[in-house]
Every structure is written in C-alpha cells, then in structure tokens.
Design a protein around this ligand. Structure first.
Ligand code: 13P
Length: 230
C-alpha cells in the first residue's frame, strides 16, 4: 500500500470515529444516560492520540468539529474547546488497559441510584452480567473532575469493563466506542432489573455451583480472545 493510501485511510477512520461519537452522545442524552452537560466519551485515534468530548457542553448537541484531540498526556493537539474535565479518568483507563480503545462516563439514573444508596449492583444475580463482567465493582468516592477520582479506578479497571463511581455514575470500557456504549446499556439494564426485583421481593444470589458454571463460560470466552459479549 502507498503512503498516501495510509493517510487517506487514517483520515476516513478519524471522520468515522467523530461521526460515531456524536451519534452515541446524542443517543445517551435521548435515553437519559446523561442530562445537560453531564458525561464524556473518548476513543483512541491511534497509539499517540485520543479523541474526547469537550468540557461543559451538552453532549447531545455537539458537532463533530467540536471534539478535541489530545495526546497521551492530555495535551490538546486539535480543537478549540478544552477537553473533558474527567480527562484524567480517561487517561488512567488507557494507561492501565492497552486492549481498551474507548471509554464512556455517564450518570445513568438507576445504576447511579444504587451507588448513592450504597447498594451493590447485580452481584451474583444476573447470569448475563456474570458472564459479561464477572461483577460490576464500585470505585470508592473521589471528587469528580479531579485526579483523585482517576486514582480510585486505577486498580479496578485492570479487571473490569464496567464499574460504578461511588455517588457519581458509571464508567464503561470497550474495544470500540460501540462496545463501551453497549456496556453502559448493560449496566443500566442490570440496575433496572435489580431494582424491580428488589421491589417485588427478596433477591437471592445465584448458588456457588451456578456461579462456577457461568465463570467457566466467562473464562472460556476470554481464552479464545472474544469479549464476553461475543
Ligand atoms: P465534562 O463536561 O467536563 O466532560 O464533565 C461532565 C461530567 O460528567 C463530570 O463528571
């Protein structure tokens, strides 16, 4: 392949990622995973550059040219706005997880309600969630928009593709933007089902023997290199 073709492919990919990020951000607002200026999304453009939403903007009304390009230390390379105030959170994930190419931070109401109430989410209750995520851990409280928050997820993101941030919201990761967003959808689905179930009656955890079978499926999927969702 000629060098010019590589450059053209990279430009196409970046344009596609910009379109996708805007489409997902709009969907997140429409589905109330975020409201007003909440939430932020990022994706790797290449090993050195990230595309991220600008701070303090309504993510449902963003346009492709408002997205910001930063380097691996968060320095702005392109774009007029400032990158998300949660950039440290995103950079921490990319540093800890070379396999992750996209990060979505949201405030999904039901999942956030679980962490505000101090109730663990979907532990040993929903088979799909066990296979997909193992569990959905909650990172201890850290002040939003500060490096302190990023510090709280440092260890947890090594083993989790979905987590809650205590009294704050969710953080979901994926190999692609679509996967990171679908992981957010799954977190909120788990919260909704768990909430209804708790209202309807007592929620019994899956027995050890059933958990073992689900965790074996999870390990099998990881061994063949597919995400648990495949
Ligand atoms: P930004 O607009 O700076 O990305 O912040 C939104 C948010 O949700 C902070 O937690």
């Amino acid at each position: 392949m000629r060098e010019g073709d590589d450059v053209a492919d990279a430009i196409d990919l970046e344009a596609e990622l910009r379109r996708l990020m805007i489409a997902i951000a709009r969907d997140m607002v429409a589905r109330r995973f975020i409201t007003a200026t909440e939430g932020n999304l990022s994706t790797r453009l290449d090993p050195e550059r990230l595309l991220i939403t600008p701070t303090s903007t309504n993510k449902g009304r963003l346009t492709e040219n408002q997205l910001v390009v930063v380097d691996r230390s968060g320095r702005v390379l392109e774009g007029r706005g400032q990158p998300s105030s949660e950039i440290d959170l995103h950079l921490t994930v990319y540093r800890e997880r070379p396999d992750v190419n996209a990060v979505v931070h949201a405030h999904p109401p039901m999942a956030t309600a679980f962490t505000v109430a101090g109730v663990e989410l979907a532990q040993r209750t929903l088979p799909e969630i066990v296979v997909l995520f193992g569990s959905i851990p909650t990172a201890p409280y850290g002040t939003p928009t500060t490096p302190e928050l990023a510090k709280t997820v440092e260890g947890l993101v090594r083993d989790a593709n979905a987590l809650l941030l205590e009294k704050h919201g969710s953080l979901t990761l994926g190999r692609t933007l679509v996967e990171a967003y679908e992981n957010l959808e799954r977190v909120e689905w788990a919260a909704e089902v768990t909430l209804w179930a708790r209202l309807l009656g007592k929620v019994e955890p899956l027995p050890d023997a059933q958990m073992e079978k689900l965790l074996a499926i999870r390990a099998e999927k990881a061994a063949v290199g597919s995400s648990a969702a495949d």
